[in-house]
Design a protein around this ligand. Structure first.
Ligand SMILES: NC(=O)c1ccc[n+]([C@@H]2O[C@H](COP(=O)([O-])OP(=O)(O)OC[C@H]3O[C@@H](n4cnc5c(N)ncnc54)[C@H](O)[C@@H]3O)[C@@H](O)[C@H]2O)c1
Length: 353
């Protein structure tokens, strides 16, 4: 490719910092601009990264003719309007997770992508970890047979980012379902081959966040007041898929679970074998010798953080004319399930997806 894609980062806070090494390493793209509603954050980020094209208004970056790619790193509720405007302005879009908090937002984003013919990718960085890629390659060889059940969870004990971008529904769209559920569910569905979900029974409740003295180990003493914490702190679900497979999902920010940080695991069960993430373990049975055996996949050391690699792979896909490495249709499946959990909680029954 003769010319590098010119990237503008919108929202230069916490997660944007993890994208910068990827853009710096990419042979296909480079960051030339940033936008943020916080002037201080923007100035500091510009100085740190040597970027001088700085916009207080993200829509100015979107309409800048020099820009090819918009990297959206703002709170969840702004993802859809910014992505749609960017796609309509002819830009490729890499968007932080969740792609958007509701299925209808994502459908609108897919329509904008189809109108523009540009790339839209969700930043699901767990897919870019070496262990995930090795397991996906192995599973795609058929070593599990038909996967008919999965269990996955991302359980945190007093671990969450205690800012309104995460805890206020009008900004985040939801609690750990939307924040953590998108990670573990996207990875689980991808490993399963993205079967179509058809029904979900779920619960989403806030049981512990309002306890006097409650705290997050990330920032003790910084819990938002109750009015600014109106999302669930725990959720669980049972999901049915069109192919007959089922899934049990659990997520939390607060839970009396035996972990000092985060416990994220995925178990897959198939007709020929099982698998565990992140142990990269494949479990099979030799029925002739009546032996049970497990093997651990050989992994090469990751040379780049998954957050960075996702940027490299996004730009490579554009440069080489490949499909989006994380298509919006996969994110629509994920958010349809999570939205189903909230609906099931409200209606007290299984709901169709
Ligand atoms: N992939 C991951 O592991 C991961 C981890 C954390 C956050 N995230 C996602 O990244 C996004 C941002 O989270 P964060 O932790 O970086 O938040 P943050 O608060 O650290 O940074 C967000 C930045 O966006 C700016 N901003 C807010 N509204 C804006 C707007 N309308 N236009 C322009 N700038 C705006 C803020 O001033 C801030 O600088 C969220 O969608 C979150 O879900 C992903």
């Amino acid at each position: 490719m003769s010319k590098k894609l010119k990237v503008a980062v919108i929202g230069v806070g916490g997660i944007a910092k993890t994208h910068m090494p990827g853009w710096a390493a990419s042979p296909d793209a480079e960051v030339v601009a940033g936008a943020d509603v916080s002037a201080n954050a923007l100035q500091e980020w510009g100085k740190t990264n040597g970027v001088t094209r700085l916009f207080a208004d993200p829509y100015e970056a979107i309409h800048d003719p020099e820009i090819d790619v918009i990297d959206i790193c703002v709170p969840n509720m702004f993802h859809a309007p910014l992505a749609i405007a960017a796609l309509d302005a002819g830009k490729h879009v890499l968007c932080e997770k969740p792609l958007a908090p509701t299925p209808s937002d994502i459908r609108n984003m897919i329509a904008a992508r189809n109108r523009s013919g540009k790339m839209l990718m969700t930043a699901q960085h767990f897919r870019f970890a070496g262990v995930s890629r090795a397991m996906k390659r192995e599973i795609d060889l058929g070593v599990l047979g038909d996967i008919y059940h999965a269990r996955s969870w991302m359980l945190r004990r007093n671990l969450m980012i205690p800012t309104v971008g995460f805890t206020k529904k009008s900004l985040s769209g939801g609690g750990p379902c939307i924040d953590s559920g998108v990670h573990v569910l996207d990875l689980t569905l991808w490993l399963m081959g993205n079967p179509k979900p058809v029904a979900v029974t779920g619960t989403a409740k806030n049981m512990l966040s309002q306890k006097p003295g409650q705290f997050s180990v990330l920032r003790p003493g910084a819990m938002p007041p109750p009015d600014d914490f109106d999302v669930e702190d725990f959720a669980a679900a049972f999901v049915r898929f069109e192919n007959g497979a089922t899934l049990v999902l659990e997520v939390s920010w607060f839970l009396h679970h035996d972990t000092m940080g985060e416990d994220m695991q995925i178990w897959l069960y198939g007709t020929e074998g099982g698998a565990h993430w992140p142990k990269a373990e494949i479990l099979n049975t030799n029925y002739q010798t009546q032996q049970l055996y497990n093997r651990t996949l050989k992994l090469t050391k990751d040379t780049m953080e998954p957050h960075a690699l996702e940027c490299v792979e996004f730009a490579r896909a554009i440069a080489e004319g490949c499909p989006s490495p994380v298509p919006a249709e996969a994110s629509l499946q994920v958010i349809s399930i999570l939205d189903g959990i909230y609906r099931s909680q409200r209606e007290g029954r299984e709901v169709a997806i």
